[in-house]
Design a protein around this ligand. Structure first.
Ligand SMILES: [Zn+2]
Ligand SMILES: [Zn+2]
Length: 431
């Protein structure tokens, strides 16, 4: 399930709030004013979407506050203004709401608007914001704000992991798909011991180059480097350029897989410690149960994870333990936790045998070697087993990046294997 999609009104370009109405989601304007009908579309299709804090309009929103439905009746005009029960709020305004300081919130927001404390606007704003502070029922982490990403290094991984498990254990709501309290506690416990992988820059570049073209691979225990894991790339990957990290944990007949974006900046410097303390680095943008054996192609939102697994599995990459700063390991000792283990995944040292020699080894009767690297599609194969190898069972041969490591990678080229499964996404004939 995609958690990153923001909806906006095609008429007024304002980002919309989501309201659950039975089984369906209804989108509304944050504050109803001129009464035009809402026209919800994917915000990516609109230029210059207005996606700012509903209280100060000065910064991108971090939290969605749920309140009672707020209506204000103006005694002088006799007109009732209908507001909302959901408010997208920036980190700075949220600090004031959490401190129950609605006067400071109003002073901040009216100050930005240059409204005089004696004005009618100020009075209405103060009433509205008192309503928000007093009637608030909880807050949910907004996952639709597109933050500038963080650059992630291997030694940051334990902290990044611990902040997300802190968020899972904390009182703030997450999007409904991953908000079940028991599941959150269970996931947090798994995160405490989860193996961590950091993909180095060279390997990340390779994943970015080959992932979109990758034919479907079957998600199995064989290609997963461990039963659970948290894996991050230095910079975000994937077709939307947002996927900073992915976690996978066993769940029923497969895994719960969560994709995350990272928050690197976009927030005033003085609020960064608050951000890292309350939220950390990761914001979930994709959550999906993936059953064992599910075919998953390179263009899927989680495609770069499976590409990374495949390349590790075909021994193109190796994992070496990261040396963590002494401060990190000591902090774990003090809290009586086992030392965190982060593995750096990098491309294996290259075969340095000179080329002519290698060419000779292949013998005269082999076919001409290709001058580029390409994906070979995965396919099922009948494998002999049992007494006298008389029995057959179907096994899956996973897609394979073929060709010598020094060769260039040719894009949009997948060689079809006879007997493969036709018509699957990503199974393209050579150009
Ligand atoms: Zn509108
Ligand atoms: Zn604000």
């Amino acid at each position: 399930m995609n958690l990153a999609t923001m909806m906006a009104c095609a008429t007024c370009r304002i980002a919309l709030t989501e309201h659950n109405s039975g089984d369906s989601i209804v989108y509304r304007h944050p504050v109803s004013d001129d009464g035009h009908e809402v026209a919800p579309v994917n915000a990516d299709l609109i230029k210059r979407v207005f996606h700012s804090c509903h209280t100060c309009t000065d910064a991108p929103p971090m939290w969605n506050y749920h309140t009672g439905h707020i209506e204000i009746l103006s005694l002088s005009s006799g007109i009732a203004a209908d507001y909302s029960d959901q408010w997208h709020v920036c980190l700075r305004c949220a600090q004031l709401i959490e401190a129950d300081d609605s006067d400071a919130l109003t002073a901040r927001c009216a100050g930005l608007m240059r409204w005089h404390p004696d004005s009618d606007e100020y009075t209405i704003l103060r009433t509205l914001q008192r309503g928000i502070v007093l009637s608030r029922e909880g807050r949910t982490l907004l996952t639709t704000t597109n933050w500038p990403p963080a650059r992630i290094s291997a030694d940051m991984m334990p902290k990044i992991r611990d902040r997300f498990s802190g968020l899972l254990r904390g009182p703030a709501n997450l999007p409904a798909a991953i908000n079940d309290r028991d599941q959150r506690q269970n996931l947090a416990r798994q995160f405490d011991l989860i193996p961590m992988y950091w993909i180095n820059q060279e390997f990340t570049n390779l994943v970015n180059t080959v992932s979109a073209d990758r034919p479907p691979a079957w998600v199995t225990d064989e290609i997963a480097p461990s039963t659970s894991g948290l894996l991050a790339w230095p910079d975000p990957v994937g077709q939307t350029g947002q996927l900073a990290a992915v976690s996978w944990t066993p769940e029923g007949d497969g895994w719960q897989v969560i994709g995350y974006r990272s928050i690197g900046s976009g927030i005033d410097e003085d609020l960064m410690p608050t951000l890292r303390h309350e939220i950390g680095w990761l914001v979930p943008i994709h959550a999906e149960h993936i059953a064992r054996g599910t075919p998953l192609g390179g263009s899927h939102p989680l495609g770069p994870l499976i590409t990374t697994w495949l390349l590790i599995n075909q021994q193109m990459a190796e994992a070496v333990p990261a040396k963590l700063p002494k401060g990190t390991t000591r902090a774990y000792q003090r809290s009586r936790r086992p030392a965190p283990e982060v593995k750096i995944v990098q491309i294996r040292a290259r075969d340095t045998t000179p080329l002519p020699e290698r060419a000779e080894q292949t013998g005269p009767r082999t076919r001409a070697k290709p001058d580029h690297r390409f994906w070979v599609s995965g396919h099922p194969r009948q494998q002999a087993y049992g007494p006298g190898r008389s029995l057959r069972r179907e096994i899956e041969i996973q897609p394979f990046l073929k060709g010598d490591e020094h060769l260039p990678i040719k894009l949009s080229t997948t060689v079809r294997i006879l007997g493969g499964r036709p018509g699957e996404a990503g199974d393209m004939s050579p150009e």
